[in-house]
Design a protein around this ligand. Structure first.
Ligand code: ATP
Ligand code: MG
Length: 436
């Protein structure tokens, strides 16, 4: 036997049924996707669908050369063109969204409220909540400068947790990064502080390296010794200008007025370079180390950085695997049935069984009707009906066929009766309604 080819490490199949190592079914994903679509409709956001592959320089320019993503996580390859072009499987959605908006003039003199969802790719060490192919649901807005739109995005995410029954399972952390010039002054001071020999020796290797290339990222370090050094470091809030402070205060005011509680976290800097002013994360303690379920912020400089007119922008992305894992952990699904009605048929009635199911799907479109295909004895067919969790088996044997009737068997009680085909839909509707 030849060896089997398996999936790529960190890239998961999502199946209709739970399996070992993967309890999460496509049903659960569909539930989340449906809620998200409804939410977007409620807020008047439009869907944008983007290619999975983009030109490599787009990400280098948008995300920043000295970031984990661009330094070591991108799936890049040369295509077959002459000359070959470097392409990259998208590691996130914002860069492509801005690229598309510019290409189609969507941000020119107008506001936009957009959402997208789909797979993203990062070459990371796979573990619970961290994969090489994962899915994001993202929202991006353009053309709005005020803190009201920042607040709208946070209110929208808060509503989502409520809709999913996750209220209380996630906490909001909030920070402001100010404007680039304010951050520049702060970076210099932070660098001075961290370079002092007595501090420098205590930093972890990653932080030492970042100190010169991207000192703000040091704030992000999870190393206890580095964290300890940061306790006495200069604080970004002390470098903010009036406008940045006002923006942040207004945002906090709106959140308070709407009953959204949050924690101010001055060390929250986010992995990507392009943020300014507002940054936020929704985190949970229920998933272990990979606790950030949703992350976002303002990125007023990015559109111009990618060649457009200066355009204010703010957005967020939800890690869907983490969200689905969280739901699975906190709200176990009770309805695991895969069918409502199972049609059992004798060999002579196989053709009629399909016809019967089709007719029923016309009159009872909301029900899941599965026809037994492939023949076999009645016993095996009933077993299959049970396995799928069906509530009713419809039996079509030779006798029923001859009499123009169907035997209806209620699988929980074992009760059964025979009814004419014309009355069947009404009979099922009443019976299923009563036993629901
Ligand atoms: P982290 O600090 O966990 O690496 P990040 O800052 O790199 O996250 P973003 O680029 O802001 O993450 O992506 C937004 C969200 O997408 C994250 O909050 C997370 O929920 C999810 N996410 C990011 N990377 C992965 C991954 N490799 N696997 C699964 N989900 C991910
Ligand atoms: Mg990351």
């Amino acid at each position: 036997m030849s060896s089997r080819i398996t999936a790529i490490r960190g890239m998961n199949d999502i199946l209709p049924v739970p399996v070992k190592d993967n309890p999460i079914t496509t049903g659960r994903w569909q539930q989340v996707e449906q809620v998200l679509r409804g939410l977007m409709q409620q807020y008047g956001y439009g869907e944008i669908r983007l290619p999975v592959v983009e030109s490599t320089p787009l990400f280098a320019r948008a995300i920043g050369a000295v970031t984990d993503i661009v330094e070591k996580e991108m799936y890049s390859f040369m295509d077959r063109g002459t000359p070959p072009e470097s392409l990259t499987l998208r590691p996130e959605g914002t860069a492509g969204c801005v690229r598309a908006c510019l290409e189609h003039g969507l941000t020119y003199n107008q506001t936009q409220r957009l959402w997208y969802t789909g797979p993203m790719f990062r070459y990371e060490k796979p573990q619970k909540g961290r994969y090489r192919q994962f899915h994001q649901f993202g929202v991006e807005t353009f053309g709005m400068t005020g803190p009201d739109i920042d607040a709208e995005l946070i209110l929208m995410t808060a509503r989502l947790w409520k809709l999913l029954g996750l209220e209380g399972a996630v906490q909001l952390e909030l920070n402001t990064l100010g404007q680039p010039n304010e951050r520049q002054k702060y970076k210099e001071e932070l660098m001075k502080y961290l370079s002092a020999p007595e501090v420098y020796t205590l930093l972890d290797d990653d932080s030492k390296r970042r100190l010169h290339s991207n000192p703000l990222r040091v704030l992000d370090s999870k190393e206890p010794q580095t964290q300890f050094c940061l306790d006495l470091a200069p604080q970004l809030v002390d470098f903010l200008g009036e406008e940045s402070k006002r923006h942040f205060e207004e945002l906090c005011g709106t959140l308070n007025a709407n009953g959204i509680s949050f924690k101010f976290n001055p060390r929250l800097v986010r992995g990507l370079d392009y943020y300014n002013k507002t940054v936020f994360e929704w985190t949970t303690t229920a998933l272990g180390a990979q606790g950030t379920v949703c992350a976002g912020g303002r990125y007023d400089g990015l559109v111009a950085q990618l060649g457009g007119q200066p355009t204010p922008a703010v957005g967020f992305a939800i890690g869907l695997e983490r969200l689905v894992l969280l739901l699975e952990a906190l709200i176990p699904r009770t309805d695991t049935a895969e069918a409502d009605i199972y049609v059992v048929a004798g060999d002579e009635a196989r053709h009629a069984a399909l016809l019967l199911a089709e007719t029923l799907r016309n009159s009872l479109p909301e029900l899941r009707i599965v026809t037994h295909c492939g023949g076999g004895g009645f016993k095996a067919q009933f077993k299959k009906a049970d396995k799928l969790g069906a509530r009713v088996a419809l039996v079509l044997g030779g006798d029923e066929l001859a009499a123009g009737q169907v035997t209806v068997k209620w699988l929980q009680s074992g009760e059964q009766s025979t009814t004419g085909r014309a009355e069947l839909a009404e009979f099922l509707k009443q019976g299923l309604g009563a036993s629901a």
